[in-house]
Design a protein around this ligand. Structure first.
Ligand SMILES: Cc1ncc(COP(=O)(O)O)c(C=O)c1O
Length: 400
């Protein structure tokens, strides 16, 4: 047996020094360790649609078991192009402008690797989905954060300052990463906000990378607008999406990037050498998923609204201040009234003593102190799971 020895740091890439492991995935491991309800990581605990599971089984039985075309199975690329036309009025050439990846996670990092050079900057709204920081760093770019400020009014919107955003565009800026509907805030960017971002992209010759993975999870009449559909943006936007959230199949790892052909070619090259391709039978099932009727999406959003309106009153009763989400399936909360020193202490107590895992707010900010009085809960769970969480929250209230 070889002797284990500590490897000196010079064997490692400097890049990995600049970020930590995912806090969200760590909270899932802790939820498993303590038998807690996992309201940390955003994956459903209910079944995926029967039709698409059958389509996956049929594809495996039909021996669609070898590598797909590296940039994606034709049926799926056609379905992606068709859906963008139907939902957003965007015309896309599936032969030249689509890359299917291993989840939108790979689509995002492949995009950044394809467009960024050392010294480039990428504008990111903060709080941010935690992958964007490491993704930028791994691609050699520097993230520059712009604050989304919590609403002041009880049911208000998260907002950004126009001047702060404009200033952020002036530093070797290559791209802005947008995420709408937004994780973790639940913000859905309005047309007016997107037009402002569009104007800055045009003025400073910047690309938009838009993560639209929650596009169909919308509440209270909120409308999802793809920035690529705005005048002038078709040819400077990379639109990222995937099967994970819309079809409740986060473990399938199928996502995509849609971009003008020059950018698509670059992303295809990176993707080919990163992963060769996404799972072939699940791409076929993905084409079937994208063919589900409009009623499917209406039902999806309505069921998520019911889950949101199930969890939030339970949190409020337990003393949390909740920021009402307009989209996606998370609720950001303010814990400053609960008597804990910070979010990590709070999340540790909640998972160990109460049996609920949440995500410490600091993992969504560059400076941990900015999120030290916030935690995020995911409500992509069965009613029974949310009932059990509500009961445990009562226990928490009693302990305070
Ligand atoms: C904003 C956002 N983008 C991307 C992902 C990951 O998506 P995928 O499963 O397609 O890699 C998540 C998952 O939580 C997310 O919240």
């Amino acid at each position: 047996m070889t002797q284990a020895f500590p490897l000196p740091k010079q064997h490692l890439s400097d890049k990995v020094e600049h970020f930590t492991e995912s806090v969200i995935r760590e909270m899932t491991r802790r939820a498993m360790q303590y038998g807690a309800i996992n309201l940390a990581q955003g994956f459903p605990d209910f079944a995926a649609p029967a039709e698409i599971k059958k389509a996956a089984q049929d594809a495996i039985a039909a021996d669609v078991n070898q590598y797909a075309i590296t940039w994606g199975a034709k049926d799926l690329r056609n379905a992606i192009a068709r859906q963008l036309k139907v939902w957003q009025g965007i015309e896309v050439d599936p032969e030249r402008e689509v890359v299917v990846c291993c989840g939108s996670t790979e689509a995002m990092i492949a995009t950044l690797l394809a467009i960024c050079n050392k010294g480039d900057e990428v504008v990111v709204f903060e709080p941010f989905y935690e992958n964007y920081g490491p993704d930028s760093i791994l691609s050699g770019a520097k993230p520059r954060f712009v604050s989304l400020r919590p609403p002041q009014a009880p049911r208000g919107e998260w907002n950004f300052d126009e001047q702060e955003l404009r200033e952020a565009f002036q530093h070797h800026t290559k791209a802005i990463i947008l995420n709408t509907p937004n994780n973790p805030t639940g913000k859905v960017f309005s047309r007016k906000e997107l037009e402002l971002i569009r104007d800055l992209c045009l003025e400073y010759n910047v690309l938009a990378i838009t993560d639209e993975i929650y596009e169909h999870i919308l509440y209270d009449g909120a409308e999802h607008i793809s920035i690529a559909s705005l005048d002038g943006m078709r040819d400077r936007t990379i639109t990222i999406n995937g099967l994970s959230k819309t079809y409740s199949v986060t473990g399938w790892r199928v996502g995509w990037a849609v971009a003008p052909s020059t950018v698509t070619n670059a992303i295809r090259k990176v993707h080919d050498f990163l992963t060769v391709g996404a799972p072939a039978p699940l791409q076929e099932a993905g084409a079937a998923a994208l063919g589900l009727p409009p009623a499917y999406y209406k039902d999806l959003a309505e069921k998520y609204r019911a889950r949101r309106d199930h969890l939030i009153p339970a949190l409020e009763k337990a003393g949390f201040h909740c920021y009402l989400p307009r989209g996606a399936y998370y609720v950001m909360t303010d814990i400053s009234g609960l008597g804990f020193n910070n979010d990590v202490e709070f999340a540790t107590y909640l998972v160990q003593d109460i049996g609920i895992a949440c995500v410490p707010g600091s993992s969504f900010y560059k400076h941990p102190k900015d999120g030290s009085q916030q935690v995020r809960f995911a409500f992509c769970k069965k009613p029974e799971t949310l009932d059990e969480a509500a009961e445990r929250l009562q226990k928490f209230r009693a302990h305070l």
